[in-house]
Design a protein around this ligand. Structure first.
Ligand SMILES: [Zn+2]
Length: 314
């Protein structure tokens, strides 16, 4: 349990129970020919991955942790012999970006929204010449991190970056603050396939500490307007447009319940005491029940504090 709690600090995926582990984990799923999805093993802290095959090269979605990168690299090679030229970080968290060095060693340039580099400058103080940061913290607990080194993205885009070889078009897009300040999406307009990173997950995997829930809801509204038909989340199984809608609804419903208590001037202790009831209510809403974590404390406290509330008592 302590390992899990420590893990929460460095990764965005939170404790899936064994029951939530899908049979699709660690298998390559063809979204359409040339576009692949690989659901990572959350028990090892891994994020999902995707890859898109162009005429001359491969673009990989998510760097994963080093051990996750090592697991998925041979799977990519099973689907194509084209070189991996680009690896995209949907955001700066360790389970999405700490594998960067492995992709760089494989010949890839690391790509991200420029907010990812900005977030790294804040979180990865050790790399940028200051006190030990998140990487050093992770390296104490994960041999795969300890044996590697941090490699920030070098190809940065403010709002969008397009790849188009005349047959395949991929748009890397930023729609606003959500799970972090640098959440990038991968959009294939012809095939209507969307890779979301952790701005949208499919299951009880949300990590809110680096996000802003009001902005997140708004960002997901813009994402919904893309009209995606196949959605590949940062964690959890692949699905359809309902994943984006349900993810947004979870935040709307939870935020509404916390806001009502802020408006009623409920104390941090009172709000915390009400959380089992709030969780039970949310679990009764069929399309969002799967997003409700075992404990609502972290989610509720973050939202309560976004409305100006004080920390919850321990
Ligand atoms: Zn994350």
């Amino acid at each position: 349990m302590t390992a899990l709690l420590r893990f929460r600090i460095l990764a965005c995926a939170i404790g899936a129970s064994a029951g939530a582990v899908s049979a699709q984990i660690n298998t390559v799923q063809t979204v359409v020919p040339g576009v692949y999805f690989h659901e990572g093993d959350i028990r090892r802290g891994h994020s999902n991955n995707g890859w898109i095959v162009f005429d001359d090269f491969v673009l990989v979605v998510e760097a994963n942790f080093p051990s996750g990168a090592r697991a998925v690299l041979p799977r990519i090679k099973e689907t194509t012999d084209k070189p991996i030229r680009f690896a995209f970080n949907t955001h700066h968290h360790g389970d999405h970006a700490y594998g960067n060095q492995l992709w760089a060693d494989a010949g890839a340039t690391i790509v991200a929204n420029d907010g990812v580099l900005a977030e790294m400058k804040t979180a990865e103080t050790g790399f940028f010449g200051g006190a030990p940061g998140r990487w050093e913290d992770a390296a104490k607990k994960r041999p795969d991190v300890a044996e590697s080194k941090l490699k920030p993205p070098t190809l940065l885009f403010p709002r969008e970056l397009f790849f188009d070889d005349g047959k395949r078009r991929v748009e890397l897009r930023w729609f606003g603050v959500a799970h972090t300040k640098g959440d990038g999406f991968v959009w294939l307009p012809k095939e209507k396939i969307l890779f979301t990173g952790d701005a949208c997950v499919n299951g009880p995997h949300n990590y809110l500490a680096d996000g802003d829930v009001t902005a997140w809801i708004k960002t997901l509204e813009a994402v919904k307007r893309l009209g995606a038909e196949k959605v590949c989340p940062g964690h959890g199984p692949i699905g359809g447009p309902e994943i984006v809608a349900d993810q947004q609804s979870y935040f709307v419903e939870l935020q509404r319940r916390i806001k009502a208590r802020v408006d009623a001037r409920r104390s941090p202790a009172e709000v915390k005491a009400a959380l089992p009831d709030v969780a039970a209510e949310l679990k009764k809403i069929p399309n969002i029940a799967r997003y409700v974590p075992a404990s609502l404390n972290a989610h509720a406290e973050k939202i309560y504090r976004e409305f100006g509330g004080q920390p919850f008592p321990k």
